[in-house]
Structure formats: C-alpha cells, structure tokens
Design a protein around this ligand. Sequence first.
Ligand code: DC
Length: 222
Amino acid sequence: MINIAVDGPSGSGKSSLAKAVAREMNILYLDTGALYRAVGYSALTRLGESFSEESVYDLLKSLKVDLIYENGVQHVYADGEDVSDRIRTQPVAMAASKVSAYPPVRAFLLDLQRDIAARNSVIMDGRDVGTVVLPHADVKIFLTARPEVRAQRRVGELEEKGIKAEFETVLQEVVQRDHNDMTRPIAPLRQAEDAILLDNSELDAEQTLQAAFEIIRSKISQ
Ligand code: DC
C-alpha cells in the first residue's frame, strides 16, 4: 500500500500529473477538488449564487456526496446525480473555493477521503492532502508554477474547448483563487514541512512526470 499526496494551487497541473502517475503505478487517483466542487455545485443549484455559510451548513444535513470508480475513472455524485462533468465550470470553481473555507464542509469530506486512502494505494491531489488529510503519506509533492504560467495554461485549455478567454481576466481569477485558498483560516493551501517542492513553470507535462517519479523513487527507497 502506498499513499501519495500532491498539493498545489490551481493550474499547476496536479490532476494531469496525478492521473499519469496513477496509470503508470496502477494505483487509484483521487481528485479531492471534485468533492469541494460537488458541494459548491449543490450550493449554487439549491441555494443560488449568493449562498451564505449558514445555508450551506443546512444543506450539508441532507446532502449526500459519493465517489464511485467506474473502470478506474472517478465519478462524483451529489444526491445520486453524476455531476462529474457539470462541476468543471468557472462559477462552480469559485463556489468550491468559497465553500471549502467553511469548517463543516471540510469535516464533511474528510472521512470520505481518508477512508479511500486507508483501503487503497492512492495518489490524491488537492490543497491540504499532505498537511491535513494524509499527514503520514509516504510521498508528498507540492506542485506549483508562476501565476502567469498557470493562467496561460488555463487560457490554452479553454481555447481547446472553443472558449475565448482574456488572459488578464483568467490571471485575476487565478490570483483571486490562490488568495482565497492560501488565506483561509482552516486547512489553507500550504506546503507541508516534509513535502518536496516541484516548480514546473519551465517544465512540460512529461518533464514534470519524470521529476515526480524521481521524487517518488527517492522516497520509496528510503
Ligand atoms: O483543484 P480544484 O480546482 O478542482 O479545487 C476546487 C476548489 O476546492 C479550490 O479552489 C479549493 C478547494 N479545495 C480544497 O479546499 N481542498 C482540497 N483538498 C481540494 C480543493
């Protein structure tokens, strides 16, 4: 059994890296951001855009979030509905960032994440995997890149989907989300003391993967 934690800001390429490592090592990939997005999506659809902290607490009493692996691919369900595709929008990302600062939301999702790690070899990506969810993970990587590089990647992804995006607007959103995620009082985004920093501003996906494997190999052989 092996548990690998990959944390870092949005757009650093955590999910591409974690997916590739999972495939190569034949272990499970858990995208923890999808869980926060499922709660953000439920808050938006059930409570509307200007939801409050209190209304989200009420929502949690009846909300059911499940993670199901279908042919090795993670699907996230909110109240029995597969929302895996619907959570990949910018409004849902912002809502996820907002609800993720609410302590009961984090408590609500914690057991689900730990339970999967206890039963499977897994690589998990998120913001607090190495610091809170799996403090005893075998390997911890903190993946980051400069904000301008992350914003440019995001513009590229959107263009691939046929969506035109202004670099400056995307950069502002990246900086705003970094700020939200790093300054919240509970489980903020930060590098765990025993995490290895990997800045991939100047690396492509393949070089990032090779650098990650070097880190994993060096930790496992210790
Ligand atoms: O990784 P992502 O963009 O899908 O994450 C969406 C939001 O969820 C992100 O802005 C912060 C929050 N999040 C978190 O607080 N803790 C995690 N482990 C993963 C995501």
